[in-house]
Design a protein around this ligand. Structure first.
Ligand code: TGC
Ligand code: FAD
Length: 390
């Protein structure tokens, strides 16, 4: 029977291989992650051993750095990567974040800007989930405006010495290697900081109301001494980290569709069985209006994501086009998660159902990888030719 949410038959736009990859990722998550996600979220931790096991399992599944070529990466299409992100975020934004940061920020920064030795050392282990990576750009006082970063790297003989603090770093407390962006006399540069380097420490953020099944950390660098071979040789300005962000934002465009779809699915199922005034609540016109409107929005978001994937595969995708996708799909997803929650009534505030968990997570997704305001300004910049960020 056709899935009622697939009114437009969007899967018919995918190849057999793309559909097979999506189904494989979805099946793994249904069996191994979905049954545990509510308790991970409730406990507010992703214990180190569990995270390591999850990383290895996701590595075996081939989703870590799956759109990259070589070094043990699967080398799939951009669309296949997007579909994997969709299924990951349909379970929880924190799980998609784990994969986004590993593949699109940590691995991509090494793959695109690293030396051959750095690639050989880290990429196969990161792809297999034997090592975990993170990406430190944001600082306590510089989020939307990373160009003001205070973290400094100063030459000392043949070495570099790094000082500074990074904040809100996904996977920070778990990572075996951190890609850290720092200001130097020549401009912004990237460094690979292995866990255990003297002067480098991490502290996990507690009491989060969002992304509770994800590790978010502060990175502290106090006179961290690194050899020149730890610098990413091809990263020569702020453009490098911003290019990495484009990769991760692309995954979020799809991921948000997953969170929205899962919320809507929960609302649709519930509305068919919940009886009020002697009828299923799905029989009321106001409920149907909500369900119909959300279905149209999820379909629109998916078509937009597919279009951006085809542009990416053609090599023509521009940052402002990704901004359209990130802005639209995340704003739409959080509205859908909240609307779906209303259909569940009081049951909607329980972790037994996913919509409010998705809505809470999407508060972070709305903020990270460029807030909605920043993406609107990027679109405004493309429209008017005038940058109004500063
Ligand atoms: P600006 O002068 O505009 O740009 C500097 C250079 O970078 C280029 N550029 C980009 N290149 C590729 N992709 C993009 N998206 C790019 N945006 C800009 C630009 O062409 C320029 O190149 P060049 O060669 O001329 O020097 O820089 P600006 O300082 O004015 O800032 C612009 C702005 C505000 C758009 C940028 O700073 C920005 O995107 N801010 C938001 C910061 C952000 O998104 N941080 C995310 C941190 S990582 C994270 O949140 C991970 S969450 C975990 C998960 O993903 O799950
Ligand atoms: P601010 O930049 O202080 O913004 C505050 C408000 O001001 C926002 O509403 C913003 O839109 C608005 N604002 C700012 N500038 C302008 C402007 N020019 N015009 C109009 N409005 C403006 N960072 C990493 O580097 N790596 C990570 O792995 C990572 N993971 C994260 C995980 C989570 C769960 C969260 C919540 C954040 C993570 N971040 C990470 C940080 C994230 O990228 C930043 O939070 C984000 O870039 C916004 O920065 P900020 O929080 O400092 O907000």
């Amino acid at each position: 029977m056709q899935d009622p949410l697939e009114l437009l038959d969007i899967p018919s736009l995918l190849s057999d291989e793309e559909r097979a990859i999506q189904a494989t990722v979805a099946a793994y998550l249904t069996d191994h992650v979905r049954p545990h996600i509510a308790s991970w979220f409730e406990e507010g931790i992703l214990p180190r051993e569990l995270a390591r096991e999850l990383a290895r399992e996701l590595g075996k599944l081939g989703v870590l750095g799956m759109h990259l070529e070589g070094y043990g990466c699967a080398g799939t299409s951009a669309l296949a990567y997007g579909l994997a992100c969709l299924e990951l975020e349909a379970v929880d934004s924190g799980i998609r974040s784990f994969v986004s940061v590993q593949g699109s920020l940590s691995m991509y920064s090494i793959w695109k800007y690293g030396s051959e030795e750095q690639k050989q050392e880290w990429l196969p282990r990161l792809a297999a989930g034997e090592a975990i990576g993170c990406f430190g750009l944001t600082e306590p006082d510089f989020g939307s405006n990373p160009s003001g970063m205070r973290t400094r790297a100063v030459r000392d003989g043949a070495d570099w010495v790094l000082n500074g603090t990074k904040m809100w770093i996904t996977n920070g407390g778990l990572a075996d290697v951190a890609t850290v962006w720092a200001r130097t006399e020549e401009g912004i540069r990237g460094f690979l900081v292995p866990r255990g380097t003297p002067g480098f420490s991490t502290q996990d953020v507690k009491q989060k109301l969002s992304m509770r099944a994800s590790v978010t950390s502060e990175l502290v660098l106090q006179d961290v001494r690194l050899p020149e071979s730890a610098r990413l040789p091809l990263a020569t300005s702020l453009r490098a980290p911003l290019t990495c962000l484009s990769e991760a934002r692309f995954g979020i465009v799809f991921g948000a569709v997953g969170a929205a779809r899962d919320s809507l699915q929960a609302a649709l199922e519930y509305s068919g069985t919940r009886i009020q005034f002697d009828k299923p609540i799905a029989a009321f016109q106001l409920t149907q209006r909500k369900l119909a409107s959300m279905t149209v929005q999820v379909s629109n978001s998916m078509l937009l994501a597919l279009h951006l994937a085809r542009l990416k595969e053609a090599g023509t995708l521009k940052p402002e086009q990704i901004s359209v996708g990130k802005y639209n799909n995340v704003e739409s997803a959080i509205a859908i998660a909240r609307e779906s929650r209303t259909i569940l009534g009081a049951n909607g505030i329980s972790l037994e159902y996913s919509p409010l968990r998705h809505a809470n997570n999407l508060e972070s997704v709305l903020t990270y990888e460029g807030t909605s305001d920043i993406h609107l300004l990027s679109i405004g910049h493309a429209l008017t030719g005038i940058a109004s960020f500063r």
